[in-house]
Design a binder for this molecule. Sequence first.
Ligand code: SF4
Length: 421
Amino acid sequence: MTKNNKKSRVYFKTFGCRTNMFDSQVMMNKLDNFEITNDENNADVIVINSCTVTNNADTTVRSYVNHINNNTKAKIFLTGCGAHTKGEDLFKDEKVFGVFGQSEKQKIDKLLQSDTAFYELGDLKFVDKSIIGEFIGKSRAFIKIQEGCNFRCNYCIIPFVRGDARSMDEERILQQVSKLSSNGFGEFILTGTNVGSYGTGSNTNIARLMKRMSQIRGVRRIRIGSLEPIQINDEFKEILDEPWLERHLHIALQHTSQKMLKIMNRRNHFKQDMELFELLRDKNFALGTDFIVGHPGESEEIWNEAVSNLKLLPLTHLHAFSYSKRDKTVSATMKDTISGDVAKKRLHQITNIVEHKNYQFRLKHNKNLDILVEHKTKNGLYSGLDQYFNKITIQSNEDLSGNWITCNDCIVKDKYNYVQI
Ligand code: SF4
């Protein structure tokens, strides 16, 4: 409370991934003695939910802290992944009043009332009790089902700041889904740090969770944020023909050269990746992947191998980005780095290849498109996604936001499909 008994205003600045967005939602929901403001200049308190995935992410957070200190009188609290890497320095330099780790976020109401500066990282084994959904439009809900990762990819800091994989309680997830579906939500997107590892060490797994979700009345489509190739095991293969499973899977390969996968300490192998992708293509799935370009050691020879392999893969979507160094990772110590210009060219090259593949896919899959319309865009058209995760632009005089429509005669354009209703 402020002196005149008015509630203090808190502004949340969230950097990074969807997991951080969820954590911010959890924190906002836990505030009783504060009110939330969307205006940082008008805030008494600023909570920075930080990201540390690359050195650049750290720099962005540090610049933001400096900007706030120079331009406002707000009390600053730092949380999120960056609390573990840069929190101590910022705290010692008195640039932030309090630092707290993700496990402490349930106590946020009390922490923000503290009169004494504090540094409490908590532990990396906690499991969220409250399952918070983040909702887009009227019909899509994101559900965070797990936290942390047991993999140790050489370029990645995430397991060290988010901890090992642990899963949310299955009954609680199902309760949350039931509640949302009875409120009209039809599509559910499962997210987390390493979503496919859901249930590790217990008697459940992602396939079993999805099967149970699909039995809830009103659940129409289930998507998974991202999977690792080895997580598509026999049990997962059994659900591939289910009508509620999104016909698009995002499978994180990260690279298509076997030598590079080894340098990165990835668990996937290109030969098996190829077999898996062919199996999924034969079942008419659209297939996306992440791809890191320009990791140290990506010689001409490795790159050429990666491009030939990529051309063979039945990919339809690509999330490619240039490698960015992250201190305290194994990759950061590797010497044979790749210049930014070379990485940019390579990025461009594979983006073009996959855009062409996506266009070919849309030409072939242009009937029975089941579209969830999301919102009206600035130019007065509606935008939606079909079951293959392809964008559809819709012209209509009716208000279609949040509706499901079926399309049999979409016009296939360069980068998206178009229909007039
Ligand atoms: S799978 Fe690899 S890249 Fe993904 S969070 Fe785990 S360690 Fe990082």
